[in-house]
Design a protein around this ligand. Structure first.
Ligand code: FE
Length: 231
């Protein structure tokens, strides 16, 4: 079987939230799709180890915020590479409470869907949750973030708990790499490539890792420069 074909599947990027009784969390998800129109139903695939999985099981409700292309890597890093068991991800984020009382992330979101759980399917490492949409709205006019854009333009990586995670994900830019070394974030797997630099973080393309100021942090998860290792 040629698993490379799996990477030809297209996705968006979402923040999926859930919870009840003072326990709330959100996480990045790329596997979300509409199942039916009337009534409107959606499906998501969530890793069983994730805190959000536990909260969906508990509350039987979830929300999906559709991320805009403008969403910064720090937001994706917070929701994609940190656990809600360790940090309160929603603390400094603009949210609203939905009609089912689940949190809905509004930061860098262009729309949201709120759903009540109808059905679930055990798929081994992940559960597919199917929900009936009980509320939805458009909250922005930016273009939606696609998973491809996240990977290829923003240099993002898949979390090990993502349904689409591939171990030792080869980088498509590898062939273009000049002689300067690339460095990998030991926390989230982000790769600093001197060819691209980190313009959002004030590092111009062509800057060697060694020449980046010590105050620079990982654009995905916020880890210090010292937490990077040579690739
Ligand atoms: Fe990182």
């Amino acid at each position: 079987m040629n698993k490379v074909v799996l990477r030809k599947i297209t996705y968006g990027l979402y923040i999926i939230s859930s919870g009840r009784d003072g326990k709330f969390n959100g996480q990045i998800g790329n596997t979300m799709f509409q199942v039916t129109t009337d009534p409107a139903t959606i499906a998501i695939s969530i890793n069983k180890e994730n805190y959000t999985h536990e909260l969906i099981k508990l509350s039987r409700k979830f929300s999906v915020s559709i991320l805009a292309k403008t969403a910064p890597m720090t937001l994706i890093g917070l929701f994609g590479f940190k656990s809600g068991r360790d940090v309160n991800k929603l603390q400094n984020i603009k949210i609203k409470t939905g009609v089912t009382n689940v949190p809905i992330v509004l930061d860098y979101s262009i729309g949201y869907l709120e759903a009540e759980l109808m059905s679930e399917l055990d798929c081994g490492s992940h559960t597919i949750f199917v929900g009936r949409v009980v509320d939805a709205d458009v909250t922005g006019n930016d273009e939606p973030m696609t998973y491809d854009y996240y990977h290829n333009v923003k240099g993002g990586k898949a979390s090990k708990n993502a349904p689409t995670y591939v171990k030792d994900e080869p980088d498509v830019k590898q062939e273009q790499t000049a002689t300067a070394a690339r460095y990998v974030c030991s926390v989230c797997g982000y790769v600093y490539d001197p060819v691209n630099g980190d313009p959002d973080g004030g590092v111009a393309p062509g800057t060697r890792f060694e020449d980046i100021p010590e105050s620079w942090v990982c654009p995905v998860c916020g880890a210090a420069k010292t937490q990077f290792e040579k690739e």
